[in-house]
Design a protein around this ligand. Structure first.
Ligand code: ZN
Length: 316
């Protein structure tokens, strides 16, 4: 039903899946830069299409709203929410004999700005397993959100500027929504602000946020993408990084920030195991994760295999 050709391909449909190089026909699970390219023709959700056009210019796409099946060559294709960022989707491919679910990047727990993941049953599961090791267990979400808000409030009370580093698509909007819901207005870096406009057009209300194009007044938090230079400000800036890798106690040193907050948009180890249980597949293929996850699944009795290369670099 699928093969690996320097990336995942659905064989019968002649369809590349999340390949970051130009393809004749490709499914895009979400619009993070390692999942998109200037394809000749792309299939994706309407929200991902809007973000794809923003990032790479207007391109030919077939929009696939969640849970609406399309016939594509010999396959029936259906998208389901993946809980990772706006428009993120899992792909269910079915023919007469069997079904395959590709998760893409996903998260099972709640998000302030993405639809919660849905997991249909499939015979074959291809799962993104970045945090596929027992050492990658995230703290409870409420605890992490509380830590973010309390830290930002404390910084504001000291009349300093909280500068929060978060990936420009997804995490930055979630952080904005969490802060504005707690009564803290947000100034967004232009790269974040342009993505937030798409969220707004797609009906996601992020609360009170504005473009960062002026001196930061007291009481405002600032959200910027990773590796942004320091702001022009005569008040002290305190930097926070919001990333799943903050589960490592040393993250704030290698991220060079004052605080690291472990809010992730990826499933942690326990959620990965839960996802496999819920899909109840006959075969599991693990992408982007440590080999240990394949071993864990085999020990739990699954017919599990690694697929492709591990992901390079850090995930925000
Ligand atoms: Zn992603």
């Amino acid at each position: 039903m699928f093969h690996w050709d320097n990336g995942l391909k659905l064989t019968k449909a002649d369809l590349a899946v999340d390949i970051g190089r130009r393809q004749p026909r490709a499914f895009i699970s979400h619009a993070h830069s390692d999942h998109i390219a200037r394809h000749q023709f792309a299939l994706c959700t309407p929200q991902t299409a809007a973000l794809y056009h923003l990032r790479l210019g207007r391109r030919p796409t077939l929009e696939m709203p969640y849970r609406q099946t399309v016939q594509w060559s010999d396959l029936r294709l259906t998208t389901y929410p993946a809980g990772h960022c706006l428009g993120s989707a899992m792909l269910l491919a079915e023919d007469e004999g069997q079904s395959l679910l590709y998760t893409g990047d996903f998260k099972l727990s709640e998000s302030a700005t993405a639809q919660r993941a849905e997991l249909p049953h499939a015979d074959i599961l291809i799962i993104e397993s970045t945090y596929g090791h027992p050492k990658y267990r995230l703290p409870p979400r409420d605890e992490v959100v509380g830590q973010l808000i309390d830290t930002v409030k404390e910084i504001l009370e000291g009349d300093c500027v909280p500068v929060i580093t978060a990936y420009a698509l997804g995490k930055a909007q979630e952080v904005t929504k969490l802060l504005t819901a707690a009564g803290i207005p947000v100034l967004q870096h232009p790269k974040v602000f342009e993505v937030s406009q798409v969220y707004r057009q797609c009906g996601v209300d992020l609360g009170r946020f504005e473009l960062l194009n002026r001196q930061v007044e007291s009481g405002w938090a600032v959200v910027v993408p990773p590796r942004s230079p320091p702001l022009q400000s005569n008040r002290r800036q305190i930097r926070l990084a919001v990333t799943g890798w903050a589960i490592s106690g040393r993250a704030k040193y290698w991220l060079d920030v004052d605080y690291a907050i472990a809010l992730s948009d990826h499933a942690d180890y326990d959620e990965l195991l839960e996802a496999v249980e819920r899909v109840a597949p006959r075969e599991v293929y693990c992408t982007h994760g440590p080999h240990e996850f394949v071993d864990c699944l085999r020990q739990a009795g699954y017919n599990a295999h690694p697929l492709g290369r591990p992901r390079q670099g850090l995930l925000w």
